[in-house]
Design a binder for this molecule. Structure first.
Ligand code: BG6
Length: 466
């Protein structure tokens, strides 16, 4: 077999999941905003399925990790649930069962020869902190997050060498404060911008705590996971479209990428928010913390591009100021879609992201921390041997990897590729509608079966390419 795309030595072939999406709420003493949302509005979740069982990882982590290692992955990301590890959020007193559980998970991942990457926040704010303080609107919550982070570093950094502060923090801003797809579904542009700032501050403060505590001494590294959705203009020769795409990029990508890598918010964004009188409250001291505590490495989640055009109609202020004042979404004719998720498939964007990071973000070390294809009704692809033949997923991965490989050959500093997700998992309000895993879950029995893509990735990992 000839291999056309060989990847750099020690390349991470892996997959990502999160605590709230895989564990289930077994033995968890506190509730996240998602646990609570399901309690009060179960019909907001596909087929009324909530996070109670998820993929049962709390009970089956040993078998699950064994299966994940069986498909040849050398690295695995999950997250620690704030609501599982911590009993009292103000004092950061731990819950002993949570401490033990994450100890076991980390030990098991290492025992199976995989690198654990541990994330600290995957949309799962404790609901108590929303009720008491307005969640990420509050700087007190920022400090409570740092306390939680310190506890996690203290407990596990002897074995965990790759930490990330947040997964897709812009989704918190979009889902909870602008576009109503996550509880509490507030629509408030000004609050949204304060939350955006506070999340950046929380990440920087956690990074500071990591370094001040010396958790980086023994090769420990800390980063952030951002979902980058490059904004492509309808017509790159039309100045108004181009301007619209730059603003969209500033809002949805650079608002976290710049502070995380360069320690500063994009100047044009700050100017625009000042003019609109929706700029966040900040202090000199906080801005210094952001400046001085940038990441060691970046995780990039890439699923889809964003296509925009100049505004066609005057902005409707009925719901107050919103970033959408400056651009309209553009439905490009002929774009390739994943019909189940409604997301465009555009593998070339991986190359563009890689070149952007190479040229404009100091070529910082980074990896693809999520990429994937959610498909509904995969049972119809089960073959006579009883496993799902997901050739569409293999094609999807190959196309993305070809673009990544090309960028690496041109100097992109990318050290890995992780799929969303190792084992089909629960996914917020989409619950179990679309499946993403290398390994399928039968929800009735919790039986797990390796898909064709799982067998395929094993070869890719073994050959360090395909
Ligand atoms: C990513 C998130 O954006 O997309 C995951 O980090 C999520 O948590 C994944 O599950 C897929 O999302 P969805 O909505 O298609 O199930």
């Amino acid at each position: 077999m000839s291999i056309n795309n060989i990847f750099p030595k020690n390349f991470w072939w892996g997959a990502a999941t999160s605590g709230p999406q895989s564990e289930g709420d077994f033995n968890k003493k506190n509730k996240s905003v998602f646990d609570y949302w399901y309690e009060v509005e179960p019909e907001a979740f596909f087929d009324n399925v909530g996070p109670k069982v998820a993929s049962n990882f709390y009970n089956s982590y040993k078998e699950d990790i064994a299966m994940i290692s069986e498909i040849g992955l050398n690295s695995l990301r999950t997250s620690i649930q704030w609501t599982r590890l911590i009993k009292d959020f103000e004092t950061a007193e731990v819950d002993e069962d949570g401490v033990k559980f994450y100890n076991n998970v980390i030990d098991e991942i290492i025992k199976k020869g995989m690198i654990p990457i541990i994330n600290l926040h995957h949309f799962d704010l404790p609901v108590e902190l929303y009720e008491k303080y307005g969640g990420w609107e509050s700087k007190h919550v920022v400090d409570l997050f740092v306390k939680f982070a310190k506890v996690a570093f203290d407990l596990y950094s002897d074995r965990v060498k790759y930490w990330t502060t947040f997964n897709e923090p812009i989704v918190v801003v979009e889902g909870q404060y602008l576009y109503e797809f996550h509880y509490p579904k507030v629509v408030d542009g000004k609050k949204a911008m304060q939350v955006l700032y506070n999340l950046n501050l929380a990440s920087a403060k956690a990074i500071k705590a990591f370094r001040d505590g010396g958790y980086n001494k023994d090769d420990g590294k800390i980063g952030i996971i951002l979902n980058l959705t490059p904004a492509y203009p309808r017509d790159k020769n039309n100045e108004e479209d181009l301007k619209a795409s730059k603003i969209a990029d500033d809002f949805f990508n650079n608002s976290f990428l710049d502070p995380s890598v360069k320690g500063e918010f994009p100047k044009n964004l700050v100017k625009l928010l000042e003019e609109e009188k929706v700029i966040w409250e900040s202090t000199e001291e906080e801005l210094e913390i952001i400046k001085n505590n940038t990441i060691d490495f970046l995780g990039v989640n890439y699923y889809q591009p964003r296509r925009v055009k100049a505004k066609e109609y005057e902005f409707d202020y009925s719901r107050g100021w919103m970033p959408d004042k400056y651009f309209d979404n553009y439905e490009m004719p002929g774009r390739r879609m994943n019909p189940y998720r409604g997301w465009e498939i555009y593998p070339e964007a991986i190359y563009d992201i890689a070149i952007n990071v190479r040229d404009n973000y100091n070529n910082i070390p980074w990896y693809i921390s999520e990429n994937g294809m959610g498909v509904e009704g995969e049972e119809k692809y089960i073959n006579s041997e009883g496993y799902i033949e997901d050739d569409y997923r293999i094609e999807f991965i190959k196309e993305h990897l070809v673009n990544l490989h090309k960028a690496i050959e041109e100097g992109a500093n990318c050290f890995g590729y992780h799929m969303w997700t190792p084992i089909d998992c629960w996914s917020w309000s989409n619950a179990y509608k679309n499946r993403y895993g290398f390994i399928a879950v039968d929800l009735n029995t919790q039986k797990k079966t390796i898909k064709k893509s799982g067998k395929w990735i094993k070869e890719v990992s073994k050959n360090n390419g395909f």
